[in-house]
Design a protein around this ligand. Structure first.
Ligand code: SF4
Length: 400
């Protein structure tokens, strides 16, 4: 039997190295002991040094990443955002696209939207890392931000600096939130507006996870879900890391820390610049399949050629779930998307086609002559449009 007088710091250290309890068990026992020693000292039952148990003795709590929302849950939420009041739906759209933390969304300023030429980006302060972060965004997201700016401006003009606000009267059962009243307060951590509204939507629509349980949602999951989604869609780890300003991913390689906003733009933004179809007509970015906007790589065409086949460069605008029933007929296909970055390759391919065309003619290969002539004509149209667009851009840049 050990007397209380024999208990000292070494006893505690021996207990810590005993190793028969899990970290939860150690934590629990240390806390009970600490309380007991404190009470004993206070009541005068015994005297024990106050630092016999130190804060550093408690096992560190390991915090894993939360599980991201599954694609099915995200899809169901996004398909039903129109049920929510518009400003709340906009909270989801903006935070999801930019992978913002809830606190960053709450403090997002009205002047966060920045236009550079034809490109847009969101610039915001990150309290956690005490820095400013920028994420390139699409024209659609820029439009959503503009709508929110005009909504909040109508509410409180210049008396309110932030893009979003808190709401009173949120319902737990009616996702249309008929009784909400905007309040001139930052979105709070507790009773977070977005959390309450999305949880209400999940409940009303009975959105279930893969195990059949009602889906759980917290605004912290948005960032994690978005980053996982970007990574799974094939974006480079460095790009995902830079997109998020994500420390954990960034430290995986020195190279990753050098990724700039320009590289993100190159990865995600280039597909929204100068898009043309096979007839050299301008293509609207918004009308392309969403997977092409989110993950251009999955749609990229980069097929080498031989003496009969023509190399193909560009993007296939067919939704990923649809099968292509043509074979290498991209330059005459209505789904083909040409981009300015590939202009030198189109010129090279067209010149090679001309040479093949003359060879096939001299050898009397009529089928090939016809095939090459059609592709040549399409490439001529694409090249003409891209060159014109390129010149216009150069002119605009020189004016800025
Ligand atoms: S032929 Fe058309 S649908 Fe098929 S891969 Fe080429 S662009 Fe896509």
């Amino acid at each position: 039997m050990v007397s209380i007088k024999q208990i000292n710091r070494q006893t505690i250290l021996d207990f810590l190295s005993w190793g028969r309890s899990g970290s939860e068990g150690i934590k629990c026992r240390l806390q009970v002991l600490r309380n007991f020693f404190w009470m004993g000292n206070l009541q005068g039952w015994f005297f024990i040094e106050q630092d016999i148990i130190r804060n550093e003795d408690f096992p560190k709590q390991k915090r894993g990443n939360p599980n991201p929302l599954t694609d099915t849950i995200t899809e169901q939420i996004e398909n039903n955002l129109h049920i929510l009041p518009e400003p709340i739906a906009r909270m989801w759209i903006i935070s999801f696209f930019t992978a913002m933390r809830p606190g960053e969304l709450a403090f997002l300023k009205k002047d966060c939207l920045v236009q550079e030429g034809e490109n847009w980006k969101v610039v915001f302060e990150r309290k956690k890392t005490k820095d400013w972060h920028e994420v390139p965004i699409t024209r659609t997201i820029a439009k959503v931000i503009q709508q929110q700016v005009s909504y909040i401006q109508q509410l409180w003009t210049d008396e309110w600096d932030y893009l979003f606000c808190h709401y009173q009267g949120l319902s737990k059962s009616d996702p249309t939130q008929p009784n909400i009243i905007p309040v001139r307060k930052i979105i709070p951590k507790k009773h977070n507006t977005l959390k309450l509204a999305i949880c209400c939507l999940i409940k009303a629509l009975n959105i279930r996870d893969d195990n059949g349980r009602l889906a759980r949602f917290s605004p912290n999951l948005i960032r994690h879900t978005r980053l996982t989604q970007l990574f799974e869609q094939g974006h480079d780890l460095a790009v995902v890391s830079a997109w998020a300003g994500h420390k954990y991913l960034a430290t995986t390689s020195i190279y990753y820390t050098h990724v700039s906003c320009e590289l993100i733009e190159k990865e995600a933004g280039h597909i929204q610049k100068s898009l043309f179809n096979a007839d050299g007509q301008y293509l609207s970015y918004e009308n392309l399949p969403s997977s092409l906007r989110l993950n251009p790589r999955a749609h990229e065409l980069d097929l080498s050629g031989d003496h009969i086949n023509t190399p193909i460069y560009g993007y296939c605008g067919l939704p990923l779930e649809q099968q292509c029933d043509k074979f290498r007929a991209c330059y005459t296909c209505r789904c083909f998307v040409a981009v300015v970055e590939k202009l030198p390759l189109y010129i090279k391919t067209r010149d090679e086609l001309r040479a093949k065309h003359s060879r096939a003619m001299s050898q009397g290969q009529d089928v090939l002559v016809e095939q090459f002539a059609v592709q040549e004509a399409q490439l001529d149209k694409i090249i003409a449009s891209l060159e014109k667009d390129y010149e216009q851009r150069k002119y605009k840049d020189s004016q800025n």
